[in-house]
Design a binder for this molecule. Structure first.
Ligand SMILES: Nc1ncnc2c1ncn2[C@@H]1O[C@H](COP(=O)(O)OP(=O)(O)OP(=O)(O)O)[C@@H](O)[C@H]1O
Length: 609
């Protein structure tokens, strides 16, 4: 991406970046502390020790050399020499121990922090609404947040504490250098600054690339799943899509790589050039120390110490600069993470868990609905009344709005125009959980959980997730019992291919499992069945519908089906077209009316004759 900003812009940019660095630095520490206060304290203590010890080692080194020089006069090592040698050895051992402790803490914290961040992301995903999850921009944020959730937080912790450790070292080195000259302190720090500013600029560019190309990365991830997942394999092979998709995959990578390459190369050369400035500063400092020693201002011990302080100080400066820049990238990641975590979720407006008029059933008034980002109305002025104990069949062409209507009844989208009332209370005022607990639903694209058969059924009622008696009852109603019993481990058979010994089912068998899941909701007030029997034969469908009607004595049953042999059994039938209900009545009434329903019914009946 070309960067045509002026240098003034660049400076304000860098200062803004420092501002966000501080904000996210605080957030990172809060995150680490919340993850494990104990480990954070251990890390802080060890960081302090590892930061102070190098200066101590340099100081004792000076005492050692000076005591050796003094001993040369007496021709024999003095007690002092042995003392300082032992202290030096002890300090070096302590430094190694502190480093080991830091590594252990870092590793322990990595596991916990990665897990914590993943849990935060997953919890947030649970709070988001269907409409948000279906939105590309929201989905991008989720992808970005998840992509590096397990690696970035650790890097962040390591670098944060690395910077603190190096900072303490630099401060303690500066303390030693101050005795030599305050200018020497300045020299130590100044050598690394240009490199830092340039790195900060590149880190910003890298992140802009990272953010800007999110749609591309998403497409790559999608292509990976189409190319490698079992549910796509059949079509990909038969249609020969593989090479074409792979070419697209390679092309996107090529584009991303070219941009990365340019940035990496530019960044590398800048780092090298400014590193040279650092080296020059270091050797200028060496020359100064040597000169001061030769002219008798410094002892040999002091010279050894200052050379060590300069060398180590310089590497501490560059190590902390590198860390700060790396940290900057991590903080940018963190900003993407928090952007996701702070996405507004719809306030739970109502807390009603029981309707004002129990038994009033479902009332839909002038309901219209448009999907976010869509021009056309998916539902247009729907009015409908459904009393408990009645069944309604929705029929109509593909895309006429049948599923959308059921999704709104189930509270999956927010009602914006018109109203839906359950037991006299608007859905807006209902507590979402309480509302959804009263609805049993099976959609066309029902989930095929890669779990045990029993759990696939039990999922219909979380409270009875492990209840084997309930599994059996529900499976019998859903016509699944017979084939489940014939499976190798009956209800404890693992389904799907994700896990070892997983058993794959036929389309109709999966549908029977999903139906059994809906039958778990025996207490639900509303049962919604969106083409629940499309993969079944007509006889099975008729039998299932009977079971539902028997169950739905005091419930509302809403059925979507393209099979008129089933539809005609419903108490009422609504014919939908372009989001509107164009006909409503019983089978007999609609046949007498001789409208759209009668026409469609005749068409299907003729095909069977
Ligand atoms: N998640 C969505 N986002 C945007 N538009 C959607 C979404 N789902 C459906 N639509 C649009 O809303 C309209 C109604 O779709 P809906 O799924 O309700 O139809 P349907 O009557 O159930 O069709 P089918 O018989 O094919 O199941 C269609 O024009 C469709 O393109």
């Amino acid at each position: 991406m070309p960067d045509s900003r002026s240098s003034a812009d660049l400076h304000t940019g860098i200062f803004n970046q420092f501002g966000s660095l501080l904000t996210y630095g605080r957030r990172a520490l809060v995150l680490v502390w919340a993850t494990s206060p104990l480990l954070t304290i251990a890390l802080a203590g060890l960081t302090l020790a590892a930061g102070l010890l190098p200066a101590g080692i340099a100081w004792v080194g000076k005492l050692l050399v000076d005591s050796v020089v003094a001993a040369i006069q007496t021709d024999a090592p003095t007690r002092e020499v042995w003392l300082w040698l032992s202290v030096e050895a002890l300090l070096v051992a302590a430094m190694a121990a502190a480093q080991t402790g830091l590594n252990i803490c870092n590793n322990l914290l990595r596991a916990q922090l990665g897990h914590r961040v993943n849990v935060m992301i997953l919890e947030k995903a649970q709070q988001l609404e269907l409409a948000q999850l279906e939105d590309a921009e929201f989905y991008d944020r989720l992808t970005r947040a998840r992509r590096e959730a397990s690696s970035r937080p650790l890097a962040l912790v390591q670098k944060t504490f690395g910077v603190i450790q190096n900072g303490i070292s630099i401060l303690s080195f500066s303390g030693l250098l101050l005795a030599f000259s305050p200018w020497a302190v300045l020299l130590l720090v100044a050598g690394g600054l240009p490199a830092f500013f340039v790195e900060a600029k590149f880190a910003g560019q890298a992140f802009r690339l990272f953010r800007w190309r999110s749609p591309e990365t998403r497409e790559m991830m999608y292509l990976e799943s189409v190319l490698a997942r079992d549910d796509y394999t059949k079509e990909v092979k038969l249609f020969g899509l593989g090479p074409k998709l792979l070419d697209r995959y390679k092309a996107i990578f090529g584009k991303i790589f070219r941009e990365d390459r340019a940035l990496t190369i530019r960044r590398g050369w800048w780092a090298f050039g400014l590193g040279l400035v650092g080296t020059a500063t270091l050797y200028a400092a060496f020359a100064w120390v040597v000169l001061a020693t030769v002219t008798g201002q410094l002892s040999l011990g002091e010279m050894t110490m200052y050379l060590m302080v300069f060398r180590q100080g310089q590497s501490a400066v560059s190590a902390s600069l590198t860390s700060i820049n790396g940290m900057y990238e991590d903080y940018l990641y963190l900003s993407a993470l928090y952007e996701f975590l702070e996405l507004p979720v719809r306030e739970q407006s109502g807390g009603v868990t029981q309707g004002e008029a129990p038994g009033a059933g479902l009332e839909i008034r002038h309901l219209s609905f448009r999907y976010p980002g869509s021009e056309a109305l998916a539902l247009d002025s729907i009015d409908l009344n459904l009393k408990p104990g009645t069944s309604l069949a929705l029929v109509g062409e593909n895309g006429s709005g049948k599923t959308t209507l059921t999704k709104l009844i189930a509270g999956l989208y927010q009602v914006e125009q018109g109203d839906i009332r359950l037991d006299g209370t608007s859905l807006k005022d209902w507590d979402t959980r309480a509302l959804q607990d009263r609805i049993g639903v099976i959609f066309q694209d029902f989930a095929r959980y890669q779990w045990l058969v029993g759990h696939n059924i039990g999922a219909g009622d979380v409270a009875a997730f492990d209840d084997q008696t309930r599994w059996h009852e529900a499976a019998e109603k859903g016509l699944a019992d017979a084939f489940v019993r014939a499976l190798p481990a009956g209800y404890r058979t693992q389904l799907g291919r994700w896990f070892k010994d997983g058993q794959e089912l036929s389309g109709g068998q999966w549908q029977k499992i999903a139906l059994a899941r809906a039958f778990m909701r025996a207490d639900a007030d509303i049962l919604i069945l969106d083409e629940p029997t499309a993969a079944m034969d007509a006889k099975a469908e008729a039998e299932i519908f009977e079971h539902f009607q028997a169950m739905a004595k005091s419930q509302i049953l809403i059925l979507i089906s393209h099979r008129f042999s089933t539809v005609r059994r419903a108490d009422r039938i609504a014919v939908m077209e372009h989001g509107r209900i164009i006909e409503l009545g019983s089978h007999e009434e609609l046949m007498t009316l001789g409208g759209r329903y009668a026409q469609l019914f005749e068409l299907q009946a003729r095909a069977y004759r």
